[in-house]
Design a protein around this ligand. Structure first.
Ligand code: FAD
Ligand code: DHB
Length: 390
């Protein structure tokens, strides 16, 4: 088979790229190793930056999001027995926080792609890339029926997540990594919302985050050890920790409900400083990882797809490869800022036994500064709602 752009991975990066290319009249085929069902049932990120929301709307993919998403003016920060509201809409001139889960975004993007005749091959195996330095690279794989297949392309987008094969083909890359001595335990709960916006809490016992999914389902996270298992956490223990870490102000209580999903998420920062090799371009989690505290992972993946689509569109329109040549540098400028913000929010809000008492006091001073300085609050707000795309 033959197409213009072969995309590996039906995550946010690959699916947005497919829609952006389709809008420009550029053909593509997506190869995905998991089943359609698995892709749509994996619980991950929850927060969309304002420009991601705007992009979904401009692609005609935002109808259900407008109906079922949650739009918040800002967030609440809790620490030292105080609660502070940061009004992002005021601080950023109208940009908001949108809670619309990643798997709902994926359902909307997959359905729209299939409805307009787009090709997504689920359940593929043994993906290998060939002839990346030629003008006709190709991908070999085994399809879901066990048949050997070849896909010949002009370009390949390796948007296959942190464990995918694509990054290994980028020669001469340098990888930067930072590990954190903690993780997150995430739960889904059958309960009404306890608050109308997200609450990020720093507490001596560890970080906690209250988020939402729907009027009936809530999402909560709890700082845990980096190698903890869900089996270490009974429902009683989870609720006890959440109550202690979140109920630090008078007159506010956390509503409990049946916990129906538990998972542990590792925390790391990772950047691959070269994102292209010949006709291969990598992006999203294949090229960079952020800890979830800043809610940046999904949004950053989509930004890479926007930059690649611009480069490809320019190439097919003019034959010029200039924008494609600049892909890595353009992406990295945004990536390092999101890395910095995610690292900053993570250190600000978690308790870290490897930090000295001095460093812990500095964190509290930082929080105090944030909630009493318009300048500091604005800096956090503009990063959280998303820096403008270059
Ligand atoms: P992915 O979503 O990983 O998509 C890549 C796709 O490629 C996958 O569907 C994968 O199956 C496929 N693939 C892999 N290997 C192959 C192969 N060999 N052949 C074909 N296809 C392949 N971010 C936040 O902001 N907040 C959160 O709360 C949050 N929680 C997370 C929880 C977990 C468990 C994980 C793993 C990530 C979380 N993230 C979170 C990060 C966010 O979900 C990711 O940044 C985002 O999914 C990145 O999108 P992507 O398209 O680059 O990669
Ligand atoms: C959610 C995840 C995050 O990482 C975050 O910072 C805020 C909310 C969520 O899953 O709802």
């Amino acid at each position: 088979a033959r197409t213009q752009v072969g995309i590996i991975g039906a995550g946010p990066a690959g699916l947005f790229l497919a829609h952006l290319l389709h809008r420009q009249g550029i053909e593509c085929v997506i190869l995905e190793s998991r089943s359609h069902e698995d892709v749509e049932n994996t619980i991950r990120a929850g927060v969309l930056e304002q420009w991601t929301v705007d992009l979904m709307l401009s692609l005609g993919l935002g109808e259900r999001m407008l109906r079922e998403g949650h739009f918040h003016r800002g967030i609440t920060l809790r620490f030292a027995g105080e609660s502070h509201h940061l009004d992002f809409e005021d601080l950023t001139g109208g940009r908001r926080v949108t809670v619309y889960p990643q798997h709902e975004v994926l359902k909307d993007l997959i359905a729209a792609r299939l409805a307009s005749g787009g090709e997504i091959h689920f359940g593929v195996r043994d993906v290998k890339l060939h002839d990346l330095n030629s003008k006709r690279p190709h991908i070999t794989y085994t399809d879901e029926n066990g048949q050997q297949q070849e896909l010949h392309c002009d370009f390949i987008a390796g948007y296959d997540g942190s464990q995918g094969p694509s990054r290994q083909y980028v020669e001469g890359r340098t990888e930067y990594q930072h590990l954190y001595p903690f993780g997150w335990l995430g739960i889904l709960v059958e309960a009404p919302p306890s608050h109308h916006e997200l609450i990020y809490a720093r507490h001596e016992r560890g970080f906690a985050l209250l988020s939402t999914r729907s009027p009936e389902i809530q999402r909560l996270y709890l700082q845990c050890g980096p190698t903890d298992n869900v089996a270490d956490y009974s429902d009683e223990l989870i609720w006890s920790e959440l109550h202690q870490r979140l109920e630090t102000v008078d007159g506010w209580t956390l509503t409990e409900g049946r916990i129906f999903q538990k998972g542990v998420i590792g925390m790391r920062s990772f950047v691959c400083d070269r994102m292209q090799h010949g006709r291969l371009f990598i992006g999203g989690d294949a090229a960079h990882i952020v800890p979830p505290t800043g809610a940046k992972g999904l949004n950053l993946a989509v930004a890479d797809a926007v930059y690649l689509s611009r480069g490809l569109e320019c190439f097919y329109r003019t034959g010029q490869q200039t924008l494609l040549d600049q892909y890595t540098n353009t992406c990295l400028r945004r990536i390092w800022k999101a890395e910095r913000f995610s690292w900053y929010m993570t250190n600000l809000l978690h308790t870290n036994s490897t930090e000295s008492p001095f460093e812990q006091r500095i964190r509290l001073a930082d929080l105090d500064y944030l909630v009493h300085s318009q300048a500091a609050a604005t800096a956090l707000a503009e990063n959280y709602v998303g820096l403008p795309l270059d």
